[in-house]
Design a protein around this ligand. Structure first.
Ligand code: SF4
Length: 463
């Protein structure tokens, strides 16, 4: 079943769908635990991971403070190398630029979250292109007709059996063995044909390097290298904030990205591209286009959400989030799930009804803050989004919070409310029968107030 998206169902209903899936939770938990433990082991091998994290945070802050000048330098260098630079204010402009370049041709793509964000795949298909995702996880979700469920592991919710069922349709004359090597071999064979026949290769960018006019791409499967070098035209789609000033910054951030994402000191393939093929080059595209996408990012600069632009899309915050491990990525209904998605979605998808709701998909436990390799204060930013969403909350909800705030802002009223709760403790279960308790209580143990309050016990010298 294709999971409901933002605007098609409420967060509550999407969560209900996810929780009703008996295999989603164990699969998700197993995968994120593996990523999280690899990250911990990898950081333990460093002398001072805290110092590196501080340095990475400073680098991202300095880039964002100088972003317009760096973007200009980056574009100038690319143009000097013979590349084409396109500036896209929003998703529509970005998709128009790419579909105009692809002209209905055969397209191979490597994993790119910004292209998911702008809906590039459907836009290309609508424009008559034949589009194939070449990252293994992305190919799996493309065959399943689903969006990715994790920003670095798009098919994390699948196992070898469900992948095998999808691949059976691709195998000549019947089924494919469920062994991972057999599944990977089939994918390699099918995708290799597509690489060789492609007219256009589309990638994202992990980092742009302003001083060099170059784009850095990291992959673990080598598909990025084939996408960037085999087709005659290469299109890079990158978020405007994914810049660095120089190679030293790339050096630092690359290590932080791969350690936080998968626990690797360095990813298997790091590809760098800076222009079309030169006359004496043996390989490479004849044309390089770089589409720099704003799509709501510049509106975040200098606001309370500014720090979110420092994100390097490592996925570490998803892997430790107690909400993500229960509901998986699809329940968020948007391109970006987990804590980083709960901050980004209300801004990037602001026009979609219910976008602000995803900021509620957090316990505010702070685990995400601790693992973020660039020190983004995610829980503070989640509260910013919750405050913004509260403006549109139903009047009953706003009235209830106002009454609670008024009661607990005065010591006298606070004590009176505690006395009332303690006196009525036997009736506390009734709260689960009336709104809003009836929506909160299913699946939970309703807490019962203690027989005697902390203050009463303190006064009596019992504590
Ligand atoms: S917010 Fe931090 S931890 Fe989460 S994806 Fe971005 S960089 Fe990684």
């Amino acid at each position: 079943m294709i999971p409901p998206r933002l605007g098609e169902a409420s967060l509550r209903d999407r969560t209900r769908v996810a929780l009703a899936d008996p295999v989603l939770r164990p699969r998700t938990a197993r995968a994120v635990d593996r990523f999280a433990s690899h990250r911990v082991e990898s950081l333990a091998r460093l002398d001072d991971p805290g110092a590196l994290r501080d340095a990475a945070r400073r680098v991202r802050a300095s880039v964002l403070s100088d972003l317009p000048a760096l973007l200009e330098r980056f574009a100038d260098r690319l143009l000097a190398h013979g590349a084409h630079v396109h500036w896209a204010h929003d998703a529509t402009e970005a998709n128009a630029a790419v579909t105009g370049i692809a002209r209905g041709g055969r397209v191979v793509k490597s994993k790119s979250m910004v292209s998911e964000e702008i809906g590039l795949g459907p836009a290309l298909e609508h424009a008559g292109c034949d589009v194939v995702e070449t990252d293994l996880g992305e190919w799996i979700v493309q065959l399943a007709g689903e969006p990715p469920s994790h920003i670095i592991a798009p098919a994390l919710h699948h196992d070898r059996d469900t992948i095998g069922e999808l691949f059976d349709r691709e195998a000549d004359g019947g089924g494919v063995d469920r062994e991972p090597t057999a599944l990977a071999a089939l994918a390699r064979e099918r995708l290799r044909e597509r690489f060789l026949a492609a007219d256009v290769g589309i990638t994202g960018a992990n980092f742009g390097v302003a001083e060099a006019g170059a784009v850095v791409l990291v992959t673990n499967e080598g598909n990025g290298r084939l996408v960037t070098s085999l087709p005659p035209v290469h299109v890079v789609v990158m978020g405007m904030e994914r810049l660095t000033a120089d190679w030293q910054q790339v050096d630092l951030l690359l290590g932080m990205l791969t350690r936080a994402a998968t626990g690797q000191s360095l990813t298997s393939y790091v590809s760098v591209t800076g222009g079309p093929r030169a006359i004496d080059d043996d390989a490479g595209p004849a044309e390089l286009h770089v589409v720099i996408v704003d799509n709501g990012r510049s509106a975040m600069l200098g606001t309370e959400l500014h720090d979110m632009l420092a994100c390097i899309r490592c996925g570490a915050c998803l892997n430790v989030c107690p909400v993500f491990r229960q509901i998986g990525g699809h329940a968020y209904g948007s391109t970006y799930p987990g804590p980083m998605g709960s901050v980004l979605t209300p801004t990037l998808d602001a026009a979609v009804p219910g976008a602000g709701e995803v900021a509620d998909a957090s316990t505010l436990c702070g685990a995400c803050n601790e693992v973020c390799p660039v020190g983004i204060p995610l829980t503070d930013l989640l509260l910013v989004q919750r405050r913004a969403a509260a403006v549109d909350a139903p009047w009953t909800s706003r009235a209830a919070w106002r009454a609670w705030s008024a009661a607990w802002s005065s010591p006298v009223r606070y004590r009176a409310s505690i006395t009332a709760a303690t006196t009525a403790r036997d009736a506390s279960g009734l709260a689960a029968l009336v709104p809003p308790g009836d929506r909160w209580a299913p699946g939970r143990a309703v807490p019962r107030p203690a027989a005697r309050s902390f203050r009463a016990r303190w006064k009596a010298g019992e504590i």
